[in-house]
Write a protein that binds this ligand. Structure first.
Ligand SMILES: Nc1ncnc2c1ncn2[C@@H]1O[C@H](COP(=O)(O)OP(=O)(O)OP(=O)(O)O)[C@@H](O)[C@H]1O
Ligand SMILES: Nc1ncnc2c1ncn2[C@@H]1O[C@H](COP(=O)(O)OP(=O)(O)OP(=O)(O)O)[C@@H](O)[C@H]1O
Ligand SMILES: [Mg+2]
Ligand SMILES: [Mg+2]
Lengths: 250, 250
């Protein structure tokens, strides 16, 4: 299948990494072969999968154009291209057309996987642009709070620019609301606003605020492994099913 | 007094902007003259103070070296140098020694204010480095969650590098825990860990999770204006007092 999905939003702390980890685990549990690419110098996805500092990472691929397969490691139910703090150098270097390196490298290995999920950093620089250029879909993650929603309009513009200039195949898979607390009026009102403004783009599944999600990260586990009966596991399982049906009906 | 404080952490969504807005309002309420510098292309601080798109912003100052005073506007109880999405260009341009521009510009106006608070983006690029180079203090903000804490060690290294190479006067004012929910075991355990690891650096004040804080942002108001009896107002008032006493005893 080789479907490449960027998990993105330049707003910080909205749940991109939490979604990359748990959606990839959910897809693996449904029998799919999944590769996670940690494209954030913070290396939160790498850490959340229980991996320490790795020697071969996305850094060598993007900055020295090493073959990406050299960096792939197995971690529980998925495979991962880890990140490292050195990856920040990719944002600054002047390598012409560098935003296309990841797309070229993924051509070689795409068909070995059903899904490739790319965890993006909270910025609109070369790392995010390179992920979107390599992707079939962008999955926008946000909290139903004013600052995250305000950032969304800006982010959708970037997606259009990447689609027009660099990757005509890029589509929006959907918009995911996370850390949702249905008991707070603000959250309910902003979800209503999003559903009116963006209609079908908003996933039916909302990821509820659930302390099991950061707890799982502190143990280097995904939510299904750490706490399979939690609201977090229930919601990421529902999201997995909803995404599979969106893609199979597409 | 002219004390310059960067509100920083490369981890996203930890409450940097929420702290920049509400600490500046708290200081203004205590009678101090405060300037906020929105150094994030997301312009969340600008939006949270109820300002729309501004013509003159930090962009012209950092990229074209316009005089920073031209960008200053009054907004309720504080003054602000707004941001704009164009500010992202500063991260990418090759202007030699650009990290020193803000420091030079602030020399001219420092003594017109008691406090200058700089809201930083979730990244370790030129915008954050330029803010730290211009600052007397860094105030590190984080949520008591594993990914935010893991980022802290990396961030403290950056602070040391800036102090050694670019700004020997830079000190850490303290570390602020935000979105704290004392009923969750994970948060209590990580606060204990932080207090053991970093001792006196951790502020006694913790900002509790309180929905009034994002609600205030949706109204373009600070917490004291929007909801003066809320836990959010109480905590930011306590933080203001604690910071003033840390600085007056220093
Ligand atoms: N549904 C949820 N319920 C409770 N906590 C959550 C939820 N989703 C994410 N979190 C927590 O919120 C914090 C931020 O999430 P995460 O790191 O996944 O966001 P991010 O968008 O990847 O951040 P960054 O912009 O820094 O990359 C983490 O500590 C995470 O464990
Ligand atoms: N103590 C708190 N209680 C509840 N919500 C909070 C609290 N502090 C911040 N928030 C909310 O969490 C979200 C993230 O906060 P904020 O934007 O201030 O973080 P940030 O570190 O500036 O993010 P970024 O890295 O994107 O700049 C916002 O919607 C904000 O309203
Ligand atoms: Mg992340
Ligand atoms: Mg911010």
């Amino acid at each position: 299948m080789g479907i490449v999905i960027s998990i993105a939003n330049h707003k910080g702390g909205v749940g991109k990494t939490t979604t990359a980890i748990n959606l990839s685990a959910g897809l693996a549990l449904s029998g799919y072969k999944v590769l996670v690419i940690d494209s954030d110098p913070q290396a939160n996805a790498t850490f959340s999968l229980g991996l320490g500092k790795q020697e071969k990472t996305l850094y060598q691929t993007l900055v020295f154009q090493d073959n990406i397969s050299k960096a792939i490691v197995q971690s529980k139910s998925v495979e991962i291209v880890p990140s490292s703090v050195h990856l920040a150098a990719f944002e600054k270097n002047n390598d012409v057309g560098k935003e296309f390196i990841l797309q070229e490298q993924l051509q070689e290995i795409k068909d070995l996987y059903d899904f490739i999920l790319i965890d993006c950093p909270p910025s609109l620089g070369a790392l995010t642009v390179s992920a979107l250029t390599a992707s079939d879909y962008a999955l926008i993650v946000l909290q139903p709070e004013p600052l995250a929603i305000q950032g969304m309009t800006e982010f959708v513009k970037i997606l259009r620019t990447v689609k027009t200039r660099m990757n005509p195949d890029l589509d929006i898979l959907g918009v995911l609301a996370t850390s949702y607390n249905s008991r707070t009026v603000l959250h309910r009102e902003l979800i209503e606003f999003l559903e009116k403004e963006y209609g079908e783009m908003i996933f039916n599944t909302k990821i509820r605020a659930n302390i099991n999600l950061p707890e799982a990260q502190s143990m280097g586990k995904d939510i299904f492994d750490y706490s399979p009966n939690s609201a977090g596991a229930e919601d990421y399982e529902a999201l997995t099913k909803e995404i599979i049906s969106r893609l199979t009906e597409a």
